[in-house]
Design a protein around this ligand. Structure first.
Ligand code: PGA
Length: 262
């Protein structure tokens, strides 16, 4: 396995809080994280609370290095789309990053490459930094279709972008079978797919743009396995679900990536 030493890609760790935490709980967790990580500069740290807590968590993060992210958006800026939230609305409460195409949205809410692509373009147009998720499920992995599925997700989700736009995108490779299951891809399995994605982006865009894109790994990331995952040459961070809901474990994950914890 190679090492990230020598790449110019800054590690990015994002906590995906999913449908967890009331406003008060979210404020508490954001305060706890801010105390420990508010000054961190070695890596980028993003937290993604539910829509209902964004505004209050933004207040907590005033003067903090921790950035605010949302978990989804709609591709239009306004209109008759009951229940949806737009890029403009997210920006108005201090959101800078947005997760797009998470497997739970693909699986339970009919998200497709096409809708991911529209959302991605809306995010970029409005100056939000997208975290675009791709990854195969267990059946697909067992059928030997991992690369085909990941390629399909990348090609469909990123269609029509320019190399310059690609540079603003963070990709998250999340094998669906590893999400919330406690089953992590081995560092070698993760690195293999990350390397494949970077090669594919090189062909789709340019070698230079591909070399600069940050690719996170996601799926049962913990303080115990982050160090060996992040050692992968093409693994530039993590999208963390369960372990981001407890201040202590997310702080440890970030500190491992800063080299503070070994
Ligand atoms: P997990 O979730 O860390 O709980 O597996 C990751 C994700 O879904 O982004």
């Amino acid at each position: 396995m190679g090492s990230r030493m020598g790449t110019k890609r800054k590690i990015i760790l994002a906590g995906n809080w999913k449908m967890n935490k009331t406003s008060i709980e979210a404020i508490d967790l954001a305060n706890a994280l801010n105390r420990e990580l508010g000054d961190v500069q070695e890596v980028d740290v993003v937290i993604c609370p539910a829509y209902t807590a964004l505004s209050e968590v933004h207040e907590v993060l005033t003067d903090s290095n921790i950035r605010l992210g949302a978990q989804d958006l709609h591709w239009e800026n306004a209109g008759a789309f009951t229940g949806e939230v737009s890029a403009l609305m997210l920006k108005s409460v201090g959101v800078e990053y947005v997760i797009i195409g998470h497997s739970e949205r693909r699986q339970y809410f009919g998200e497709t490459n096409d809708s991911v692509n529209k959302k991605l373009k809306a995010a970029l147009k409005n100056g939000l930094l997208p975290i675009v998720c791709v990854g195969e499920n267990l059946k697909e992995r067992e059928a030997g279709k991992t690369f085909a599925v990941v390629q399909n997700h990348c090609e469909g989700s990123l269609a029509g972008l320019t190399p310059d736009e690609l540079r603003q995108v963070v990709l998250a490779y999340e094998p669906v079978w590893a999400i919330g299951t406690g089953k992590t891809a081995t560092p070698a399995q993760a690195q293999e797919v990350h390397q494949f994605i970077r090669g594919l982006l090189g062909k789709m865009f340019s070698a230079d743009a591909a070399a600069g894109v940050r690719i996170q790994y996601g799926g049962s990331v913990t303080p115990e396995n982050i160090a060996e995952l992040i050692a992968g040459e093409d693994i530039d961070g993590a999208l963390v679900g369960g372990a981001s809901l407890k201040g202590e474990s997310f702080v440890k994950i970030v500190k491992h990536c800063c080299g503070i914890l070994k």
